[in-house]
Design a binder for this molecule. Structure first.
Ligand code: FES
Length: 117
């Protein structure tokens, strides 16, 4: 299993289909916005960049889900993403995908995992 890279938040901060937690991902080109939500019991994390135009998805901070808590939705033009795969299922970039990030729930916390090898 991949090593823990850093703690994003406590497990209790994420409710299934509820508000997400934003964090920054360190990349060689500098920090990039990212977020984690809980869906079907597990944490799911992605870069916070729409596949249509690379703007952040949440217009209201942490509001990543649609009204039913079933899909992630971009506040700008409504692209709708599957919360497990990150694939756009409806909207202007249908078939494109959010960039998924490796996370896990360990010891009561949500951890970003190191997938660099
Ligand atoms: S920028 Fe996200 S749907 Fe257009």
């Amino acid at each position: 299993m991949a090593a823990r890279q850093r703690l994003i938040c406590a497990s209790g901060a994420l409710l299934d289909g509820g508000a997400g937690v934003r964090f920054e991902l360190d990349t060689p080109s500098g920090p990039r916005p990212a977020f984690v939500v809980r869906f079907e019991g597990l944490p799911r994390a992605f870069l916070n960049a729409c596949a249509h135009v690379p703007v952040e998805l949440d217009w209201l901070e942490g509001a990543f889900f649609d009204a039913d808590g079933a899909y992630l939705i971009c506040a700008t033009h409504g692209a709708t993403y599957h919360p497990v795969t990150g694939v756009c299922v409806a909207g202007p970039c249908r078939g494109a995908s959010l960039q998924k990030l490796p996370v896990a729930e360990i010891d009561g916390g949500i951890w970003l995992l190191d997938d660099s090898g």
